[in-house]
Design a binder for this molecule. Structure first.
Ligand code: SAH
Ligand code: MG
Length: 215
């Protein structure tokens, strides 16, 4: 029996993940300015913030900024002096996110880099190792993002990746859409990599999480 349901999800959100005015405003603006409604939910944002703090991250990376909602949660898990680098291919979205980071008071610790993450990541190799990496861009890129991440996380560092469930499509054998196939491949890679200790946090659309093991 699975006990988890929408009511329990709401309980978590209300009790542990209440949004302050900035987060409410960011979500409203994402809708008002016509960005897609694919931002993480408060419950997931809070989970990211807790993960960042739990691994004492000082240098974090996000792949897929959109309007800066998840980035704000991540930035708020960092200590003073911590940094988040977030990658976004769409300059208009990056501009909106930049406004939102200012509004949320985290612009001093967040740097947005505009471009295709597949081109930006090699340039970031020298800036690591990273303590925390959040993957949330195009799903077909997840296997490549994972390969880069395991090489650039510090031991004890944490990886999180959004949309693990694809709203349940990963379990439908008829569904061979490239996004779904790539998501399944990503799960197999994460689960079978001996360097990673991994699972899925089953709130929202599912968050794959993994710790890079080793001293
Ligand atoms: N993490 C955000 C949501 C990200 S949505 C949040 O929860 O608040 C995914 C974003 O990734 C989109 O804005 C999209 O433009 C961006 N994206 C897609 N492919 C990309 C790529 N190859 N490189 C960089 N960004 C990409
Ligand atoms: Mg997502």
């Amino acid at each position: 029996m699975t006990i988890y349901n929408d009511a329990l999800s709401s309980f978590i959100t209300q009790t542990f993940a209440p949004e302050d005015n900035s987060l409410v405003h960011i979500r409203e603006q994402i809708e008002a300015r016509g960005l897609p409604d694919i931002t993480v939910r408060p419950e997931e944002g809070r989970f990211l913030q807790v993960l960042v703090a739990a691994c004492r991250a000082r240098l974090a990376l996000e792949i897929g900024t959109l309007g800066g909602y998840s980035g704000t949660w991540i930035a708020r898990g960092l200590p003073d002096g911590g940094r988040l680098i977030t990658l976004e291919v769409d300059p208009k979205r990056a501009e909106i996110a930049s406004e939102h980071f200012r509004l949320a008071g985290v612009d001093d610790r967040v740097e947005i880099r505009i471009g295709d993450a597949h081109s930006l990541l090699p340039e970031l190799s020298d800036e690591g190792p990273f303590d925390f990496v959040f993957i949330d861009a195009e799903k077909e890129g997840y296997p490549a993002y994972l390969r880069w991440t395991v090489e650039h996380l510090r031991p004890g560092g944490v990886l999180a990746a959004h949309n693990a469930f694809r709203r349940g499509a990963i379990l439908d054998p008829e569904d061979q859409a490239p996004v779904v196939v790539a998501t399944r491949e990503f799960h197999q890679m994460v689960a079978q990599d001996p360097r990673l200790l991994a699972t899925i946090f089953p709130a929202g659309d599912g968050m794959t999480i993994a710790v890079l093991q080793g001293a």
